[in-house]
Design a protein around this ligand. Structure first.
Ligand SMILES: Nc1ncnc2c1ncn2[C@@H]1O[C@H](COP(=O)(O)OP(=O)(O)OP(=O)(O)O)[C@@H](O)[C@H]1O
Ligand SMILES: [Mg+2]
Length: 240
């Protein structure tokens, strides 16, 4: 969905994107996580003419939004829960990136000031009659309703196309531009929304997948959903 080019070779991928804080963070975190989590091996990294070029290994297995997974919601939810538990098992004491709420709220303010909020790609109730008047009002609400954060290593964009698996185990975590220390509910919320969107037929219009029920995801995680926090982080993500 972003302005990124991905060149796919036999066993390697080149990701070309605008050089900015996020692309720099992706490289830094991919380096930090080598040997700690299943992230692609880095073959080379270059910055030239305001673009970054990341040459990395191609993930084994399938993207978690592939039909093989979508047809097996239990296995898919187990895979996604496996990835989250692995992220949460990482010691964050020397993690080089902090993506907790003070940082995210400052970024959200920057996005509003610079017209970077994509209003065509938001949940139907976020703005309008039953929602917020505009992004600035939403940001104000987010500042006034900050939840307590349970800090862990957070992927930052834990949606299905960013998670690869082999059976019910994660084989690749990619798209690490927002990875760093943050509330564990941030990834749970984005993952919950991604599951809902993928099963709603929004992306794969010609195939219908049945048997998904949101309780599966929380069962596999072994956690009761905290709907207030899930709503908070989905709303926060509207400003990115
Ligand atoms: N190392 C990799 N191995 C296999 N496939 C990859 C790899 N890196 C990227 N891809 C493919 O390219 C797609 C886009 O890459 P990535 O998610 O890093 O970029 P993005 O533009 O930030 O994505 P988004 O659409 O989430 O904004 C991935 O969903 C995946 O299909
Ligand atoms: Mg992606």
């Amino acid at each position: 969905m972003s302005e990124v080019s991905v060149l796919i070779c036999e066993d390697k991928i080149v990701k070309v994107q605008e050089y900015n804080e996020e692309s720099e963070n992706e490289y830094r975190m991919m380096q930090y996580l080598q040997g700690r989590l299943p992230v692609p091996f880095i073959h080379a990294y270059e910055v030239s003419n305001d673009k970054s070029y990341l040459l990395m290994g191609k993930c084994k297995g399938e993207m978690s939004c592939a039909p093989e997974y979508m047809q097996n919601p239990r296995v898919l939810c187990r895979l996604l829960a496996d990835g989250l538990k692995r992220l949460w098992s990482i010691d964050i004491s020397d993690c080089p990136s902090n993506q907790s709420l003070p940082y995210k709220l400052a970024q959200a303010a920057y996005n509003i000031e610079n017209g970077l909020v994509d209003l065509d790609n938001v949940e139907p109730d976020t703005f309008g009659e039953n929602g917020f008047k505009n992004p600035a009002e939403l940001l104000q609400w987010l500042r006034e309703n900050r939840p307590d954060e349970e800090l862990v290593l957070s992927h930052g964009d834990y949606c299905l196309p960013n998670i690869f698996g082999v059976h019910d185990k994660v084989s690749g975590l990619i798209d690490l531009g927002k990875t760093g220390i943050a509330d564990k509910w941030c990834d749970i919320a984005i993952c919950y929304r991604s599951l809902s969107h993928n099963y709603s037929g929004r992306y794969q219009k010609n195939i219908t997948f049945t048997g998904y029920d949101e309780s599966l995801f929380f069962q596999e995680l072994g956690i009761e959903p905290n709907w207030e926090k899930i709503r908070y982080y989905i709303l926060l993500d509207e400003l990115f």
